[in-house]
Design a protein around this ligand. Structure first.
Ligand code: ATP
Ligand code: MG
Length: 241
């Protein structure tokens, strides 16, 4: 469904991405990992057509989104739901209204949209919080609102940029479980994260960005890495003793 072919992105002299290629199939759950500055956000923004790459193509369902006219960008964004680290909910609107705003953009009839709002709020476990304002919610709940809003228009893909970055470990775990549920319902998920424990726990495909280059980590290799890391930690402790 998504093919990233030889993508490079430079900001002036800064090479954020350097000849990146990978494919994501329908229904996949893929982690994008890599240190700060590796290009994760840049990559997600390119898929959203926030800006154009310096080189390369991005095929979504066979169509090169780097070539579409600006007038088609809203249509493209209907196919892609986005979740950010800082939630980006509208503070003056209730939970329900935050989700409704996403649907208003799509132009769904009012009857249908009430049904849809209830459905997604149920899915993320916020039915009983529908009339509260963001200031009355916890971080985990805010991220649920943000996911509900992303899901409202029934996109094919959810792009998540550090969705657990502002959450404590337990809440992060719950949010990731919710993403897993959404993935099981058939949505493709691409999640950029620093949260090593989550990546290790979920055992999904991992694309690692290193100084703008990709490295695909096969499952066995990640497991090997985990073991290696554990050992070196133990070694460190032994050194201390
Ligand atoms: N608008 C911009 N102008 C200039 N340089 C930029 C811009 N946006 C990003 N960069 C640079 O591109 C590189 C990749 O940035 P990006 O935000 O994609 O990294 P990231 O992997 O998302 O990092 P983090 O984990 O900290 O969010 C960095 O060196 C950054 O300084
Ligand atoms: Mg980032």
């Amino acid at each position: 469904m998504l093919k990233v072919n030889n993508i490079s992105k430079s900001y002036g002299r800064i090479k954020a991405l350097d000849d990146i290629s990978f494919e994501v199939g329908k229904g996949d759950f893929v982690f994008i990992i890599g240190p700060s500055g590796a290009g994760k956000t840049t990559l997600l923004n390119l898929i959203l057509r926030k800006f154009l790459p310096t080189k390369g193509e991005i095929l979504l369902d066979g169509e090169d989104i780097t070539q579409i006219p600006d007038s088609e960008i809203p249509q493209l964004r209907q196919k892609i739901g986005v979740v950010f680290q800082d939630f980006k909910v509208l503070p003056q609107r209730t939970v329900r209204e935050n989700v409704e705003v996403a649907l208003a953009v799509k132009g769904v009839s009012e009857d249908e949209w009430q049904k849809r709002v209830d459905q997604v709020l149920e899915l993320v476990g916020l039915r009983d919080r529908a009339d509260l304002f963001p200031s009355q919610l916890s971080g985990g709940e805010l991220q649920r609102v943000s996911l509900a809003r992303a899901l409202a228009v029934d996109p094919d893909i959810i792009l998540a940029d550090e969705p657990t970055g502002n959450l404590d470990w337990e809440t992060a775990d719950e949010i990731v479980e919710l993403f897993e549920k959404v993935n099981k319902d058939g949505k493709t998920i691409i999640m950029a994260t620093h949260h090593k424990a989550i990546v290790d726990k979920l055992d999904k495909r991992i694309i690692e960005l290193k100084k703008g280059k990709t490295e695909e980590l096969p499952e066995t290799e990640t497991k090997g890495k985990k073991k290696k890391k554990k050992k070196s930690k133990k070694e460190k402790e032994e050194e201390k003793e």
